[in-house]
Design a protein around this ligand. Structure first.
Ligand SMILES: [Zn+2]
Length: 68
């Protein structure tokens, strides 16, 4: 069985065993940042980021889209 590979949405880095990655669950009214767990990462609509900096990029975009 092939392991699931995850891809950072910002830089495109791929890993089958992410360490210190973050998962973001995003809705129109709510954005949730979660320390990496397989359960969170495999949830529908989960977004994956290779580290804090790239999670921040997405969070900034979200603020601009909904608060700008
Ligand atoms: Zn990245």
């Amino acid at each position: 069985m092939i392991g699931t590979s995850y891809r950072c949405e910002i830089c495109g880095e791929e890993s089958e065993t992410p360490v210190r990655w973050f998962v973001i669950h995003c809705g129109t009214a709510e954005l949730t940042v979660i320390k990496w767990t397989k359960e969170a990462a495999d949830a529908p609509h989960a977004r994956h980021y290779c580290g804090e900096a790239h999670a921040q990029v997405y969070i900034s975009r979200w603020f601009e889209a909904f608060c700008g």
